[in-house]
Each structure stands twice: as C-alpha cells, then as structure tokens.
Design a protein around this ligand. Structure first.
Ligand code: PEP
Ligand code: MN
Length: 337
C-alpha cells in the first residue's frame, strides 16, 4: 500500500503515521517529492486495513497494491484449484454437474430424481434439507430427515451430496451427512457461518449473495480459506437488477472474471439465475462456453407439484437433453462432461 500525505504535512504527523505502520508489523519507505511526500509500506505478507491509516492526520489518501483477498487470489496461487469430493473433482478438465430438486420432499421424490440425474450423467446430487425461504409460512425443509434421505440416495447411486447449511450450530449435523456444504446466497456474508464451515474442513459451495459484488464474494471465500479449508468452489447464481422477466440476472461475466482473479473453481446455477426452466438450457450452455467448471441445476420429477422452485425446475427428460446438448460445447472449450 502507498500512503500519499497532504501538502504541508508536519513532521509530527509523519512520525505518527510511520509509528502506526510499524505497529502493524510493516516497514516504510519514504519518498519526498516537490509537492508531496509518499510513504510506501513494505508489508508483512497480509493485506492491510487501509482505514486505520486513511483517517490519520496529514494523510490525503491510500492506494492499495495488493488485492484485499490474498488466499483466494490467483496472484499468489497461479494454478487452478481442483476441489476433490469423494471421487468427483470440481475444477479439473471434467465439468462437475450437480443436479437434483430444490428441496428434499420425500424418499420417493428424491430417489426418483437421483436415479434420473445419475442416468443422465450428473456427477453430484443436490437437494435442500434446510431451506432459506422468504416467507415463514413456506415449506422450511425436512431437516435431519431430509439429510438421511440424501445419504440414502448417495448410498444407492454413488453420487456425492451437496446440501445447504444455514446456521453455524448446524455445521456438525449437516457435515455428518453431506459431501459438500452449500452456503446459500442469503448467507454469503454470515461471517459466523463462514468461520464454522472454514473449521469444518469440508468442501464448500459458496453462492454469491444476490446483492453482493464479486469482491465481496471473494472476501467471503477468504474467510473460509483463512481457516485452512482450501476446498472452496464459488457459485454465480444471479444478482438482483431492475429486470423482472427473470428472477435474477445471471452475471455471465462473473465467470471469466472470477477465473481471472481467483484460482477457485466457478460453478454456475442457471436455475436460480433465471427462475425459469425454459431458460436453463441456453444459460447452461453459455456458462460452459464462458469457462464455468460446472453447473448446479434444479430437477424435479413433477415440477408442478414441487414445494419450492417448481417454475425453474427441469423434468428429468429435459435435464437429460440438456446434458446431451452440453457435450459439443464442453468439447469446443476443451472440457469433458
Ligand atoms: C438453492 O440452491 O436452492 C438456493 C436456495 O439457492 P440460493 O441460495 O442461491 O438462493
Ligand atoms: Mn431452489
């Protein structure tokens, strides 16, 4: 970081700033120009809190050199991270497709879906047992019963299970059944939950908050990584804009941008990204073409009966057609399905 001092800065202001920088465990390099004095901070390897320096007397402004996220940044980790989940890799040459219902509703519903998505070539099974619903009157999920059904479906199909955890206290319970802990959009900035999944040492699928920037998403990933849990996959699931024809606006540019800024794998969720099943196939193709490492897709055997997100859920046959249609796109960008 570089600190640009105000014109006419006093010696005591200079020494206060230098003392504060040294207290932070850093060294300084002073450069006195005709008009301005500039202090270069030689860091201790960690991004600095600019605010502490910025509001000191005599300081005009600070200019960061490092990005505020370090562990998530490609600058310090040039090679792609491949997150390994019970025999499935997220981030390698092979795409990772996670499919299943929005919510686990019953043993029959989940097993029927799990068999169908496996048959169509999905690599993991998704399904919510704890659901973050806008209304307290909507179905809240089957809880532990739902987790048991997910585990039974894994047992039968061999598909690893991705499911959401909403509270820090629930991390041990959900970890006992799930292969990947999903952090939902609404919880992306729930820092105590991020600490808890960081401690859990389980693969995490971190969804972008619907009103969060890319930098905020990477800072949320940084929380998990800073606990030594390096198995994090990022998920673009659409953000809120003024557009009303779609549930969210899927930010396709987030895919190549995240891949540029970070070594973490990037998954796209075209179901929540659009809210409309008719758009899911085209957006899935766009995501793969843009360099996504995988997809998270809602599939329900009878979407008209779904207790949540039926409008964006694909019937199994449509999901199978989507997978077939993805093959040539995957091949064109050097990936396999
Ligand atoms: C989900 O995956 O079912 C879900 C609730 O997603 P999001 O957190 O992205 O809304
Ligand atoms: Mn859903």
């Amino acid at each position: 970081m570089i600190v640009i001092m105000k014109p006419g800065v006093t010696t005591s202001q200079m020494s206060n700033v230098i003392a504060r920088i040294e207290q932070m465990g850093c060294q300084t390099h002073i450069s006195e120009g005709e008009e301005r004095t500039i202090i270069g901070i030689i860091g201790n390897g960690r991004p600095l809190d600019r605010e502490q320096i910025q509001r000191m007397a005599g300081v005009d402004r600070t200019v960061p050199i490092l990005r505020p996220f370090k562990l998530a940044s490609r600058d310090f980790h040039p090679q792609d991270t491949v997150v390994k989940v019970n025999g499935v890799a997220i981030g390698g040459r092979q795409l990772a497709v996670m499919a299943g219902p929005c919510a686990v509703e019953s043993t029959d519903q989940l097993l029927e879906t799990a068999r169908a998505v496996k048959e169509a070539g999905a690599h993991m099974l998704r399904g919510g047992a704890f659901k973050p619903r806008t209304s307290p009157y909507s179905f809240q999920g089957m809880g532990e019963e739902g987790l048991k059904i997910l585990a039974a479906a894994r047992q039968e199909t061999g598909l690893p299970v991705v499911t959401e955890v909403m509270e820090p206290q629930m991390v041990p319970l959900v970890s006992a059944y799930a292969d990947v802990l999903q952090i939902g959009a609404r919880n992306m900035q729930n820092y105590s939950l991020l600490h808890a999944v960081g401690e859990a040492q389980r693969p995490v699928l971190l969804k972008r908050g619907m009103m969060c920037t890319i930098e905020e998403l990477l800072m949320a990933a940084e929380y998990i990584l800073s606990h030594g849990n390096d198995r994090v996959a990022l998920c673009e699931r659409g953000i809120r804009t003024f557009e009303r024809y779609t549930r969210n606006t899927l930010d396709i540019s987030a895919v190549p941008l995240l891949k540029q800024l970070s070594h973490l794998p990037v998954i796209v969720d075209p179901s929540h990204g659009t809210g409309r099943w008719e758009l899911v196939e085209a957006v899935s193709r766009a995501a793969v073409a843009a360099g996504a490492d995988g997809l998270l897709i809602e599939v329900h055997p009878r979407p008209e009966e779904a207790v949540s997100d039926g409008a964006q859920s694909l019937k199994p046959a449509r999901f199978a057609a989507l997978m077939e249609g993805l093959r040539p796109i995957a091949e064109a960008v050097g990936r396999t399905l």
